[in-house]
Write a protein that binds this ligand. Structure first.
Ligand code: S3P
Ligand code: PEP
Length: 446
């Protein structure tokens, strides 16, 4: 993304969403396909890989550390791995762009290789907390240094020296974060002995599922309500042929748009429904949304279905904070749904939203308020009094997205259910996770 050239856009009310669209590949699974393929011995292929800027940042970094990564003309990605422990020292800084997942997972990989790498990122990523991975990875032996003149040693740019051999740890996650869990497990791949991560609250489990498929020695056990994940280091990974399912986090924008815009009847095809990801659809159904699963099947070891979504009157609810990790990236668009529902929606336990690409609680409270919604911002959530099905007023001035793709897409959806339209200051960040967003929106409204 070129931070110097914002792409403002106005999203207007109009046609219902109809027909059938297919969302692009899952971002979390795409990052991991490249990373695990890069560590395997031999050639991995991936079809349906998300070709968004975040995933391309991961690809570029892995290439800089010796992996062969190419896209064939038929859209298949081919990854030639260097083997566990085989990463080379990159010659230049690794540019992580806007991507927290690239940064934290690659730091995990580098942590147990005897190489030094510098991580840089855009203005949004450079504000995000890295202490959460610095702490466990330092305990494993990695050494971090802030750039000269930096006033914070817990944010990018950061240089890290991996440890070889690294030290296995047992780590209880202090925050519900799949990125932190994955960073420690990936460091564990090249660490002698057994590295253990204890999750008091389950988060997305793609790392565990996929590493098992790649032949890692990994176990998951439930112990007194905790998930205990153990990985034995030094085991070779076997290359895989991966089919990446569609991203439920991208589908979310179309599902909410179809629920809210009168007359809509849309099939969103190929939506990944891993239970650690799919809570938004349950919450929307509990609010009265008509979302039917068609042709439930397995794609790449993940449950997938086509979702048929019909316009529905929604009723506000109290969202159980226990489901938050399974829909953590979907709250911005849920807040839009709540803004036009009947009655009050209360969300709590969402402190993690403050450390995403933007502070998503304050960004969405400000944006929705500017569009005429009734929103109260609390420390750990929003309370939203819905319009009872009436359109939102719309904005007079462009809302600020803070380099956050999900704020941009959520407010685009708000524009579809507004009277006057919603101005978004910059849609360029959408390309980090969903480059086809506006094309598919036009297709669904044609
Ligand atoms: O592991 C992953 O692929 C991700 C984990 C989540 O972040 P946290 O682990 O910081 O919650 C999520 O917000 C992000 O979009 C992708
Ligand atoms: C939080 C997100 O991604 P990341 O942490 O990888 O930047 C997201 O995609 O909403």
């Amino acid at each position: 993304m070129n931070a110097n050239s914002p792409s403002p856009r106005r999203f207007l009310p109009g046609a219902p969403l109809t027909g059938r669209i297919a969302v692009p590949g899952d971002k979390s699974i795409s990052h991991r396909s490249l990373m695990f393929g890069a560590l395997a011995v031999g050639r991995t292929t991936a079809t349906g890989l998300l070709e968004g800027e975040d995933v391309m940042a991961t690809a570029a970094a892995l290439r800089a550390m010796g992996a062969g990564i190419e896209r064939r003309d038929d859209g298949t990605w081919v990854i030639d791995g260097v083997g566990v422990g085989g990463l080379l020292q990159p010659e230049t800084a690794l540019d992580m762009g806007n991507s927290g997942t690239s940064t934290r997972l690659l730091m995990g990989l580098v942590a147990s290789n005897g190489i030094t790498a510098t991580f840089i990122g855009d203005a949004s990523l450079s504000k995000r907390p890295m202490g959460r991975v610095i702490e466990p990875l330092s305990r494993m032996g990695a050494a971090f240094t802030a750039s000269p003149g930096a006033n914070d040693s817990q944010t990018l740019p950061l240089t890290m020296r991996g440890a070889h051999p690294a030290v296995p740890i047992e780590y209880r996650l202090p925050v519900a974060s799949a990125q932190v869990k994955s960073a420690v497990l990936l460091a564990g791949l090249n660490t002698p002995g057994v590295t253990t991560v204890i999750e008091p609250v389950a988060t997305r489990d793609h790392t565990e599922r996929m590493l098992t498929g790649f032949g890692a020695d990994l176990t998951v056990e439930e112990v007194a309500g905790d998930r205990v994940i153990r990985i034995r280091g030094g085991v070779d990974l076997k290359p895989q042929d991966i089919v990446v399912p569609g991203d439920p986090s991208s589908a979310a924008f179309f599902v909410v748009a179809a629920l809210l815009v009168p007359g809509s009847d849309l099939v969103v095809a190929n939506v990944g429904l891993n239970p650690t990801r799919a809570a938004l659809f349950d919450v929307l159904r509990a609010m009265g949304g008509s979302i039917d699963e068609l042709d439930r099947r397995e794609v790449g070891g993940e449950p997938v279905a086509d979702l048929r979504v019909r316009h529905s009157g929604l009723t506000g609810i109290d969202v159980d904070p226990a489901v938050a990790p399974a829909m953590i990236d979907e709250f911005p668009v849920l807040f839009v749904a709540a803004s036009v529902a009947n009655g009050r929606t209360v969300t709590t336990g969402l402190d993690e939203l403050r450390v995403k690409e933007s502070d998503r609680l304050s960004a969405m409270a400000a944006a929705l308020t500017a569009a005429g919604a009734r929103v109260e911002e609390r420390e750990d959530g929003l309370i939203i009094d819905g319009s009872g099905g009436e359109p939102l007023r719309g904005t007079a001035d462009a809302i600020t997205t803070h380099l956050d793709h999900r704020i941009a897409m959520a407010m685009a959806v708000a524009g579809l259910v507004s009277r006057d339209g919603v101005d978004v200051d910059d849609t360029a960040p959408i390309a980090t996770s969903f480059p086809m967003f506006e094309t598919l929106l036009a297709q669904a409204r044609a």
